[in-house]
Design a protein around this ligand. Sequence first.
Ligand SMILES: *[C@@H]1O[C@H](CO)[C@@H](O)[C@H](O)[C@H]1NC(C)=O
Ligand SMILES: *[C@@H]1O[C@H](CO)[C@@H](O)[C@H](O)[C@H]1NC(C)=O
Ligand SMILES: *[C@@H]1O[C@H](CO)[C@@H](O)[C@H](O)[C@H]1NC(C)=O
Ligand SMILES: *[C@@H]1O[C@H](CO)[C@@H](O)[C@H](O)[C@H]1NC(C)=O
Length: 354
Amino acid sequence: MGFQLFCLRVAGFLVVLVQLWAQCSHAQPVVPAVFVFGDSTVDVGNNNYLETILKANFLPYGRDFDTKKPTGRFSDGRIATDYTISLLGFDSFPLPYLEIRSTGVNLTIGANFASGGSGFYDSTAQHFNVLTMNQQLELFKEYKNKLAAEVGSTNATSIVSDALYVVSAGNSDFLQNYYINLRLRRLYTPTQFSQIVLNLQTKFIQNLYSLGARRIGVVSVAPFGCVPLQLTVSRQATGCVESLNQVASSYNQALNNTIGHLGASLSGLKIAYFDIYNGLLDIIKNPAANGFKEARKACCGTGRVETAILCNQYLPGTCTNASEFVFFDSVHPSQAASQLLSNNLLAAGIALVS
Ligand SMILES: *[C@@H]1O[C@H](CO)[C@@H](O)[C@H](O)[C@H]1NC(C)=O
Ligand SMILES: *[C@@H]1O[C@H](CO)[C@@H](O)[C@H](O)[C@H]1NC(C)=O
Ligand SMILES: *[C@@H]1O[C@H](CO)[C@@H](O)[C@H](O)[C@H]1NC(C)=O
Ligand SMILES: *[C@@H]1O[C@H](CO)[C@@H](O)[C@H](O)[C@H]1NC(C)=O
């Protein structure tokens, strides 16, 4: 067990051991690279390069980020994976692949392929002109060629197989597609649609494995019946939209089972289920106990409907302290909530990288 990994374990059990952690932070990262695939929960700026309305590269997004500038993250600051990546010992974050593609910078520490609004069902992304999950995989193939050209094929192969992979999507397939798409709702019950999405997600993970991934963290879907936008749309005065949470929770159970099967059947694969459902639900149901003042309304604007281009600096009403809010916009968690969530993921993450 390396020193860095030792530190990671300590941090995992006692998240506040800041002093000890400070001694560790100059060690080599635990893994050579991190690759991220998914939707707006993990996009760090790929959508900036696309003709889409699903962008977050303007204020108030980013106002609490390390640089105090918007980046394309759908948050006032960091997203959960940023905390994980820092804890792994990286001193900068893997860049959006569409940026690497045009600049060639910092290729070797990995890349982020995520695109806000993407999903496993291709039309989820296509409706908003963002990268489908399959396009993200195609770009990863392109990345691998660039990496091999830069560090040689032997080094590239070990970077690819030792790296950590994070897959976080599925929410948009339901909220941005199924539930607003009459055609899909006529064709499939929620249970049938869930099965289709899960099959696509399974295929995605198998493809990632075929391309060399051996340490994969798969993020659950969120309790999306609790996001302020859904509370507004469903005129939910108290509690969350239970029918939506039920779909999310069933999806997650099936996903967790599938991950168990994949781990048992694909040789050399370490795969973990990253449960954000229960952590986020706990924060939403007990905001004060978790250090928050507001869980039903977001910080941005009225806090009831604004997200992406509708959440901008010309809106009146945006809060001054986003750390008091579980949600920064009507769909996405604040930096403070993301930090708490990332702490919940530590144990599963450590199992993958040790
Ligand atoms: C590239 O990596 C270096 C070293 O970690 C870092 O200082 C720099 O900020 C990174 N560049 C970008 C654009 O993130
Ligand atoms: C490959 O990795 C080795 C060992 O880390 C290093 O010495 C060498 O410079 C790398 N090759 C390239 C082309 O970067
Ligand atoms: C996921 O499945 C494992 C068994 O494979 C079980 O131990 C664990 O509790 C499940 N996690 C959740 C959050 O349901
Ligand atoms: C913002 O809110 C958080 C959480 O309630 C609190 O800990 C922090 O002190 C506040 N910051 C300011 C500048 O008031």
